[in-house]
Design a protein around this ligand. Structure first.
Ligand SMILES: Cc1cc2nc3c(=O)[nH]c(=O)nc-3n(C[C@H](O)[C@H](O)[C@H](O)COP(=O)(O)O)c2cc1C
Length: 140
């Protein structure tokens, strides 16, 4: 696993505020799908080597993750255009300690959300997406 560098965390925290996250998945035949997601800023949502995304309304996304448990999460700060793409395997948890820890905090603030499961993306690769000569380069 790759530890998230501080500069990448900083952009992720801006993206949490500005709601600029896109989650890419693929089915087992390789057909792609990308959706906007909202990463909540709770202590466990972004750890040293993982992001947690909440499954409320996913349709093709969750089917894809069930049959092909890998994802790409892209986020950026629209003001600086600094951004990163993180990729890795995912785990889906719909019950248990981790699910309860994450969802109990969110449920307290957003009782309207279905909170069907939590998706844990463990980071194996990090790429720079800022437009320029370094765009697309792997940084972690
Ligand atoms: C700004 C924005 C944020 C969203 N965040 C989430 C989210 O965090 N979790 C979720 O389950 N759906 C979220 N959605 C809904 C999904 O993007 C999408 O509508 C849903 O996954 C159905 O598309 P799919 O069939 O490609 O999965 C969000 C939609 C928007 C417009």
């Amino acid at each position: 696993m790759v530890k998230i560098p501080e500069n990448v965390k900083k952009v992720a925290l801006e993206a949490i505020k500005k709601k600029t996250f896109a989650l890419g998945t693929a089915d087992k035949k390789g057909h792609p799908n990308a959706v906007p997601v909202a990463c909540f800023q709770y202590p466990a949502v972004m750890d040293d080597d993982k992001f947690v995304i909440i499954h409320n309304y996913f349709d093709k996304t969750i089917k894809n993750l069930q049959e092909n448990p890998f994802a790409s999460l892209t986020f950026w700060d629209p003001e600086t255009r600094e951004g990163y793409q993180v990729k890795g395997p995912v785990e889906i948890k719909s019950s248990g300690d981790f699910y309860e820890r994450i969802t109990s905090e969110i449920r307290a603030k957003r009782p309207d959300l279905p909170l069907k499961s939590v998706i844990i993306l463990r980071i194996e690769e990090i790429y720079n997406i800022k437009p320029g000569l370094e765009a697309g380069k792997r940084i972690g």
